[in-house]
Design a protein around this ligand. Structure first.
Ligand code: AMP
Ligand code: MG
Length: 301
């Protein structure tokens, strides 16, 4: 998977080195076929995560406007069971949120054991938009890289598996996606003058992202630089990264679940042996059930 760059230790990253148009020599047809299989595997993975309830998964999506954060959630997660997953979008902070430290609002939405959470934007906005638009002094956002690393280590030490995807698109691709929205009445609701205004800050954002990737890619919580100009490749790469890194955990969860199943079966056998029913439910319990059935049937009639 050499076309997906994983940053899992602090290092100097140069975004120029990564081609947003990269498709890893894969054809769209092959990628879509693979994606279907990967989505199935992802669904099974999530079932295991939920049932074993030992760990949680946090998926962070970052990228410029139109980079495909919503699209990724829609496509890659289409097979995920919503009982075990929540999606949270971080918008401009409210007055109450601004009254707290920048991680306060984020921590409330981190996933509990057994759960998966997807963040559409995240605490990284506090070193991106907050830096580019000087919403806080330089000294404040500078300290945040380390604070973020500590925060993420805390989550990992508490059982969370963290994925951070940077959806890397080119400035030209953003232009054509914004134009597309103007031509499509079904997508026009997503339009915002701010998106065009933000384009003036493209270079500043790329610099801010460079620092995020260079300073907050860690072994515990790696950054994945995803070539995202082609939506089908983006979806494929993300699904594959999830399935691959989670595979060893799935094996662990399966073992834990099998052990739990065995314990439950032994308890059930012991229970039956004690009541001498040789496998059937105790008669007294069955009779009670039957009589209840009769009462209910009588009532319906
Ligand atoms: P969207 O993702 O298009 O719904 O837009 C959400 C907006 O909220 C974006 O313009 C973000 O830059 C902004 N936003 C998210 N988090 C923060 C933050 N911590 N500080 C300031 N603006 C933020
Ligand atoms: Mg937007």
């Amino acid at each position: 998977m050499e076309h997906l760059r994983i940053i899992d230790s602090p290092q100097s990253v140069n975004l120029q080195d990564y081609d947003p148009d990269d498709t890893g020599k894969l054809t769209k047809r092959d990628a879509l076929k693979e994606l279907e299989k990967l989505e199935e595997q992802l669904a099974q993975t999530q079932e295991m995560l939920y049932a074993a309830a030992q760990r949680s998964i946090l998926i962070i999506l970052q990228g410029m406007d139109t980079a495909g954060k919503d699209g990724t959630i829609e496509h890659v997660m289409s097979h995920i069971n919503t009982t075990g997953c929540h999606v949270w979008s971080f918008k401009v902070p409210t007055a109450e949120e601004l009254g707290h430290d920048f991680l306060w609002r984020v921590h409330q939405h981190t996933p509990a054991r057994g759960m998966m959470a997807i963040f559409n934007r995240s605490h990284y906005e506090d070193v991106l938009v907050a830096r580019v638009h000087q919403l806080v002094p330089h000294t404040v956002w500078q300290q945040r890289f380390e604070q973020i690393n500590h925060f993420e280590s805390l989550l990992v030490a508490s059982g969370t598996i963290i994925f951070k995807f940077f959806l890397h698109i080119s400035k030209d691709e953003q232009r054509s996606r914004l134009m597309e929205r103007e031509d499509d009445t079904e997508k026009a609701w997503k339009l915002s003058v701010a998106d065009w205004q933000e384009r003036h800050f493209w270079k500043d954002y790329q610099e801010a992202y460079t620092d995020v990737l260079s300073r907050c890619g860690t072994h515990d919580a790696p950054w994945y630089i995803v070539p995202a100009n082609k939506k089908w490749y983006r979806n494929y790469v993300i699904a594959q990264a999830l399935v691959r890194r989670l595979a060893p955990h799935v094996a662990e969860w399966r073992t834990a679940l099998e052990a739990r199943g065995k314990t439950e079966l032994e308890a059930l056998r012991a229970y039956r042996a004690e009541h001498g029913t040789n496998g059937a439910l105790p008669k007294s319990a069955e009779q009670t059930d039957d009589s209840n059935d009769q009462v209910l049937k009588g009532r319906d009639a």
